[in-house]
Design a protein around this ligand. Structure first.
Ligand code: M6R
Length: 615
């Protein structure tokens, strides 16, 4: 986690770095810091809190300017979030400065060794150890900064994206990555470095994404030199043209990114199936699947690995794959899978789902699956991300940048991609009749319109939010395809409003959770008129007879549940398998409004970060 940004060129680095940090704040917001060099002096300002706090602190110094700068927004790992532990960190001589996203796992023995050699530490961070290690190597070997960074990095275990600056060499920044993303923007006589391209999108559309175990010397008026950290050999860098635009990373009139992203869903679902779902021709075409069709068709099972919301999308996919393509599916938390010596066979297809494409546990699960000979397919949103590069093949969701920490459009576009794959496999395997196949294609094509309609539940969701905003607990129940939606609804509520919420398969209620139900317990029941509707109605009866407050998500026109529930939210009709794409919408809106009414920071909930690059 953590966001890093750097600038070297002719402009005012302060405003570029501060603006860049605001765009990267989704990666962590425990503290923020900035370093500037004005040609003579190196100055640092840092503080606990957000980038706006940093602005306040740093603006007190009128002389805080320079055309070289580096900044950091932190998600604390080692050391509490306070001013001292904030980045940038300086080496003991005060010559070197570093910003770091990641974890140096062997920092303790390195620190002990450096203390023996006379180094003093001011913070509790692993990063301060790294910058002093670099300084120590530089002094001992009397070598240039780039070489010292390379030697030092060969001594560390862990993950990093770093930028290092030496005040005696103020025309260069050294960057390196292993396990955490790092992009270099190439402008006209200026360079940018950042955790993603958003800080420099308005200045250049040319960027180099460093690969793992690569470092680069970013020097003014010189071509960028990329080297392998292991052996210092030169690498030919690939300059990529960026597709992202400024509008995509701004709020566009909404109060929060989360709301903007909820409302983007009709369009991004369309973007996700565009060119892949050709309903009039009756085909689905996805290059990543077509090129590897045999592997999918011969798969003895599909193992889905993911975390958080992406894991919930995986659970929906389990139902879809098994029903459509009759392939056994297991859905695993990436963090559990990677540590439990799982049985992985060469005939397994592993599907890794990740919005960011950087989640450390998912990345580690992919590596493990590959080592064991499985074919690994990625479903990612961020183009060029680590997971998209690490997997054997994949399909992007085309959700566009998701900035709100709570995942919304990523979830529905992941389900869209996974549904397309399941349908393609069903067709190839002959496990679905032609008429059903065509019906699903047409229904999927209609989903954006229906999501649009589901968004009209905003006002009712707001009213319900107002009634239950102070409840300390909330239950979410669903069956079949909508059981994962119950889990996702509960996760959305707890992560942004800090209300304790639990999702359950509705039928499991009687095995324990029913004991929680009384007149003060709101229970959100996902009850579209399909699948196991009658059973869900029985569950609703059980809640009612214990005086629970029922908020039901129902199919338009439903009367049976309306008679039982305290509140109903109507969504358009679709088939059972596609219903999660609609039922999830009012749950996103409900949690959004509750969080806003409780005064919570919707886009940056406490203790969280968008991109979880620690294990
Ligand atoms: O980027 P990923 O999809 O791999 O992220 C996985 C989870 O960290 C993420 O879905 C998280 O649970 C969200 N905050 C949920 O809204």
């Amino acid at each position: 986690m953590c966001g890093i940004v750097g600038y070297i060129g002719k402009r005012d680095a302060y405003s570029i770095v501060i603006k860049g940090l605001k765009r990267l704040e989704y990666r962590g917001y425990d503290s923020a810091g900035i370093m500037l060099h004005d040609g003579k002096e190196l100055k640092v300002s840092k503080t606990k809190g957000k980038v706006t706090d940093l602005e306040e602190v740093s603006q007190k110094d009128n002389n805080f300017f320079g055309s070289i700068g580096m900044g950091h927004t932190r998600w604390a790992t080692h050391g509490v979030p306070n001013d001292v532990n904030s980045h940038p960190h300086l080496s003991n001589s005060g010559n070197l400065a570093i910003i770091h996203n990641g974890i140096i796992e062997n920092y303790e023995p390195l620190k002990k060794e450096l203390i023996k050699r006379g180094y003093v530490f001011h913070s509790d961070t692993d990063t301060e150890v790294l910058i002093n290690l670099i300084e120590d190597v530089q002094k001992k070997e009397n070598i240039k900064l780039g070489k010292a960074v390379q030697i030092a990095l060969n001594q560390v275990v862990g993950a990093y994206a770093i930028a290092v600056f030496d005040k005696n060499k103020p025309d260069e920044i050294i960057v390196a990555r292993l396990g955490s993303p790092l992009a270099i923007g190439i402008g006209d006589g200026e360079f940018f470095v950042a955790s993603d391209a958003s800080p420099f999108i308005e200045y250049t559309s040319n960027a180099i994404y460093l690969e793992d175990e690569e470092m680069a010397i970013v020097r003014l008026h010189k071509p960028i030199k990329v080297r392998k950290i292991k052996d210092d050999s030169l690498v030919d860098p690939y300059v990529q043209e960026l597709k992202m635009n400024l509008e995509q990373i701004e709020k566009g009139g909404y109060d929060h990114f989360m709301m903007k992203e909820i409302y983007e869903q009709p369009n991004v679902i369309k973007d996700t199936y565009r060119g892949r779902l050709l309903a009039n021709k009756g085909i689905i075409q996805m290059a990543g699947v077509e090129d590897n069709l045999e592997k999918f068709l011969n798969a003895e099972r599909i193992i889905i690995v993911a975390c958080g919301t992406s894991w919930h999308a995986g659970l929906v996919a389990e139902y879809i794959f098994e029903e459509f393509a009759r392939i056994p599916v297991e859905v695993e938390y990436a963090s559990e899978f990677r540590y439990r010596n799982p049985i992985i066979n060469k005939k397994d297809v592993v599907v890794a789902i990740s919005q960011s494409g950087e989640t450390a546990d998912t990345l580690a699960a992919i590596k493990l699956a590959k080592e064991n000979g499985a074919f690994v397919f990625g479903v990612c949103n961020v183009v060029g991300s680590s997971i998209s590069r690490e997997t054997d093949a994949g399909a992007y969701t085309h959700a566009g940048p998701e900035i709100g920490v709570a995942s919304t459009k990523a979830f529905t576009t992941q389900i869209t991609v996974l549904t397309l794959i399941a349908l393609r496999l069903a067709k190839a395997k002959g496990t679905m009749s032609n008429s059903d196949f065509h019906r699903y294609l047409l229904e999927l094509e209609m989903i954006p319109e229906k999501v649009e309609e589901a968004l009209e539940t905003n006002e009712i969701a707001k009213k319900i939010a107002n009634i239950y905003k102070d409840s300390p607990n909330c239950l979410y129940l669903g069956r079949g395809y909508n059981f994962p939606v119950a889990l996702e609804g509960a996760l959305k509520l707890k992560e942004i409003s800090y209300i304790h919420a639990e999702g359950y398969p509705a039928a499991e209620m009687k095995h324990g959770p029913i004991a929680l139900i009384d007149e003060s317990m709101p229970v959100v029941v996902i009850a579209p008129k399909m699948g196991h509707y009658d059973k869900v109605v029985s569950n609703i009866q059980e809640i009612k007879s214990r005086s629970g407050k029922i908020i039901a998500v129902v199919t338009k026109g439903d009367t049976q549940v309306r008679d039982l529930a305290d509140h109903v939210i109507e969504i358009p009709e679709t088939s059972d398998a596609l219903s999660p794409l609609l039922t999830t919408i009012p749950l996103q809106l409900l949690s959004y409004h509750i969080a806003v009414m409780r005064g919570c920071n919707v886009d940056q909930p406490r203790n969280l970060a968008k991109s979880v690059t620690v294990e």
